[in-house]
Design a protein around this ligand. Structure first.
Ligand code: TXA
Ligand code: MG
Length: 313
């Protein structure tokens, strides 16, 4: 398949209408989209990414009022979150409408819905004239793509079109909050923090898997966000043993020399840069990436979640 590159959201949307799969920018990471009602197109997403078919997709809308196309019911907590935040790096999980095919949700009766906060994404979605399901536009298991070059690296020749936009603003995937029960549960942390959600619905709490229980967010059990290199988490007091072909990302190099270094100006800058840094390390055959840990507040909670996953083999 020949992948078409375009900077026109209008042209990219035409591919969706024709049953194609299109990578597009959002404020979090690039997504790989297909028409939510087109089962054959959705199957192409799973194939292109080599995504396990038990991992559900998030549906993206260009207008708040389109959420209702996808769901059976907008629960009270979801309504509050949508009003307070959309468009935002936030996904609300709700009971799905009958019309949404089960391939989109990996056989779940619920669906994650989000309205991205990015002009190019919104123009693209409005022109698709249908909600668009989209996982991150990377090969499964690799770090999420934060620029179109990363999408190109993983998916050139495997998808119909890449909508070329800017480097993504946030760099980490959206917060996922399950709004189907009486208490909203945060399934995945992101730029919208637990504290921000609790300001709107005070009962909101993080979801903790009980032993023996099936994962509520199936994606969380898969290996994720990993570069080929070994990821080691350190703090300023850590002794670093092996420095052969190694790299560092964090705020301050306290000791030693590295082949590749990224000093971040803030937690936001760290989140914004980390996935691209992982990819850069892989291109340069770095063996070990030392990542400085950060305090789990604000975007720090989401960042530590991703770093912990990347460090876990
Ligand atoms: O920021 C984002 O959310 C990006 C951009 C493209 O919007 N998308 C993204 O998609 O990160 P993906 O597929 O890489 O991650 C989706 C996560 C997975 O962990 C999945 O299991 C969870 O959301 N998820 C999706 N639908 C769900 C549902 N119905 N119930 C529970 N978890 C769900
Ligand atoms: Mg992903």
């Amino acid at each position: 398949m020949k992948t078409v590159f375009t900077t026109s959201p209008l042209e990219a949307a035409e591919f969706i209408k024709l049953g194609g799969v299109v990578a597009f920018p959002t404020e979090t990471v690039y997504g790989l989209g297909a028409n939510v009602f087109d089962e054959a197109a959705i199957a192409k997403i799973f194939e292109a990414k080599r995504r396990p078919n038990d991992n559900p997709l998030i549906a993206h809308v260009g207008r708040r009022e389109d959420v209702k196309i996808l769901v059976k019911e907008i629960t009270e907590s979801a309504r509050k979150f949508i009003e307070a935040f959309f468009p935002a790096p936030l996904t609300v999980v709700l009971p799905k409408a009958k019309s949404v095919p089960l391939i989109a949700t990996a056989n779940l009766k619920t669906i994650g819905v989000r309205m991205p906060r990015n002009d190019s994404a919104l123009e693209f979605l409005k022109n698709c004239e249908t909600p668009v399901v989209a996982p991150s536009a990377n090969l499964s298991g690799k770090p999420s793509p934060t620029n179109w070059q990363a999408v190109f690296e993983d998916l050139d020749g495997r998808i119909d079109c890449i909508l070329q936009g800017e480097t993504t603003e946030i760099g980490l995937e959206s917060t996922v909050v399950d709004c189907t029960g009486s208490v909203p549960l945060v399934l995945r942390s992101g730029a919208i923090t637990l504290e921000q959600l609790q300001k709107i619905v005070p009962e909101t709490r993080p979801y903790k898997l009980k032993t023996g229980e099936a994962a509520k967010s199936p994606g969380l059990k898969h290996r994720h966000y990993s570069p080929r290199a070994r990821v080691v988490l350190i703090n300023r007091k850590s002794k670093i043993e092996n420095r052969k072909s190694s790299a560092f990302i964090g705020f301050e190099v306290s000791q030693g020399k590295f082949d590749l270094v990224k000093i971040c100006a803030s937690a936001e800058d760290y989140a914004h840069s980390v996935f691209d840094f992982f990819r850069q390390c892989d291109r340069q055959n770095i063996k070990t990436i030392y990542c400085e840990t950060i305090e789990e507040k604000g975007i720090g909670a989401a960042l530590m979640d991703r770093l912990n996953r990347a460090a876990k083999i």
